[in-house]
Design a protein around this ligand. Structure first.
Ligand SMILES: [Zn+2]
Length: 487
């Protein structure tokens, strides 16, 4: 047991919090057995830094730094724990009772939090915050202390930058045509009675089909799918976002009954369905042409889709319709050689792979993508979907990550509700300091609020809940250690 007693001051210490708590419990049991009580107000628990008999003590040992540094400066002899000062000794100066480094005041251990708090007033960006400190004060590891200070600030967190997006996951073309298809909607088109365009694309051939539907209700989607599947048969899988009607029971039942696998891309992160998004430009142009020419929009749309399917695809260099059907198709213009399509499946695979990897590299560097640093068990805050002026970028509510896959997160809120988000719509957060700014409500479990700005942070006096068994009213017990005082 690591216990130091000096008159009526008791100091317990350990290398880990678990060991410390064990020691604290054992000592309290001994005190209880001897009917001794402590004044709760004068006790401090679970600390990594404490003042004992006038000495600052933390994980690095004792600090009576200032005086020691000053005498080391004069004698030229440095103690081991002062090496951080020795390294900059040529820049240190002591005059008029003030220790300076290059004209900046050297701040003693017990005043560093106060200095950080003053410099952080107004929540400057991290670089500005550090520059404010650097121009005025100095202590060893000031910069890393400043970083920790910003990380523990709730106001900075909810207005800060989200996590970096993860590198794109490119899925290469399936080996067979009509194996996996993608579905998406475009619209509504106000000029044509609010219709939507349902787009179906085969992911190997890039063959596209576009059909107008009255709305995203499943009955309309079903009618289109039925007519397409009647001709082409069922695919192995369908990719879509998880907006309506794909998020409904009817859709999943429909696919289930036909043995079709349902694949979702993450909500609010439509970039994942790149191929479909690209084809939407063709659809949009056709619809705009119909408006400007006054032609029937269905004719205009079908002509545009036909042209898209008949032309060499930008990536495969083969017309989508030839890859899908395996033959050349005559369309108005003379076709001298009828017969099978001459394209080579391996070449198509290579072109698909190379183009996707190239665009992945380009996109990854443009978006500053990084490997996901959010892991299951981490706490995150989530970007607001709708924001008006004055709203912070992130909500204050904390979620725990229950699953992470290629940057797609499944999150759990304190009520147990699940939420799906991409990592770039979240921000990883640690434990927040109490805010002394009015209006910032911090939902930080386990830290009591502290409204008096002159008071030291409340956590320093808070009794941990695991000690609640030992807490009782001192007045009830005549023998009181605290009367002698413990400071
Ligand atoms: Zn801040």
């Amino acid at each position: 047991m690591e216990v130091t007693v000096y008159i009526d001051d008791v100091l317990l210490f350990a290398d880990t919090i678990e060991e410390l708590r064990k020691t604290v419990s054992q000592v309290l049991q001994i005190l209880r057995a001897n009917n001794l009580s402590l004044n709760n107000d004068k006790c401090q628990f679970d600390r990594t830094h404490i003042t004992f008999l006038g000495h600052e003590i933390d994980e690095n040992g004792f600090h009576i730094e200032e005086t020691k540094v000053i005498s080391s400066l004069e004698s030229g002899k440095w103690l081991k724990h002062l090496l951080k000062f020795k390294a900059v000794a040529h820049e240190l100066q002591y005059s008029n009772g003030i220790l300076r480094k290059n004209g900046c005041a050297v701040i003693p251990h017990n005043l560093r939090d106060k200095a950080l708090e003053v410099a952080h007033s107004g929540h400057p960006l991290e670089a500005k915050f550090k520059s404010i400190l650097r121009r005025r004060v100095w202590w060893p590891k000031m910069s890393s202390d400043a970083e920790k200070w910003v990380k523990s600030c709730a106001a900075c967190a909810v207005n800060g930058r989200p996590e970096r997006p993860t590198p794109m996951q490119r899925s290469f073309a399936p080996k067979a045509v009509w194996e996996t298809i993608a579905l998406d909607f475009n619209g509504p088109y106000l000029k044509f009675g609010n219709i939507m365009i349902l787009v179906v694309i085969d992911l190997r051939s890039r063959y596209a089909i576009a059909r107008p539907v009255k709305s995203t209700k499943f009955e309309y989607t079903k009618a289109v799918l039925d007519s397409i599947f009647e001709r082409e048969g069922f695919p192995r899988a369908i990719k879509s976002d998880n907006g309506p009607p794909f998020n409904g029971d009817e859709y999943s039942r429909y696919c289930n009954e036909r043995g079709i696998q349902v694949i979702f891309s993450t909500t609010f992160y439509p970039q994942q369905n790149g191929l479909v998004e690209g084809f939407m430009k063709v659809v949009n142009k056709a619809m705009c042409t119909a408006v400007s020419t006054g032609n029937n929009y269905i004719d205009e749309l079908q002509a545009a889709v036909k042209a898209y399917n008949a032309a060499d695809h930008t990536i495969t260099k083969v017309p989508p319709e030839e890859v899908l059907t395996g033959r050349k198709i005559k369309r108005g213009l003379p076709l001298l050689r009828h017969g099978e399509s001459q394209h080579d499946a391996d070449v198509l695979d290579t072109r698909d792979r190379e183009a996707k990897l190239q665009s992945k590299d380009r996109e990854d560097s443009r978006r500053g993508a990084k490997a996901c640093r959010v892991k299951p068990g981490d706490s995150v805050i989530v970007e607001r979907q709708l924001r008006t002026k004055g709203d912070s970028r992130f909500g204050m509510k904390r979620f725990v990550v229950s699953e992470e896959r290629n940057g797609s997160l499944i999150l759990c809120d304190p009520e147990g509700q699940q939420l799906r988000r991409h990592v770039s719509q979240t921000k990883k957060v640690g434990v927040w300091r109490e805010q002394k700014t009015a209006g910032v409500q911090v939902e930080s479990p386990g830290i009591a609020s502290n409204s008096d700005p002159n008071q030291r942070p409340a956590r320093e006096k808070r009794t941990p809940s695991y000690l609640s068994d030992y807490i009782r009213l001192v007045d009830e017990h005549p023998l009181d250690l605290s009367k002698k005082g413990k400071n």
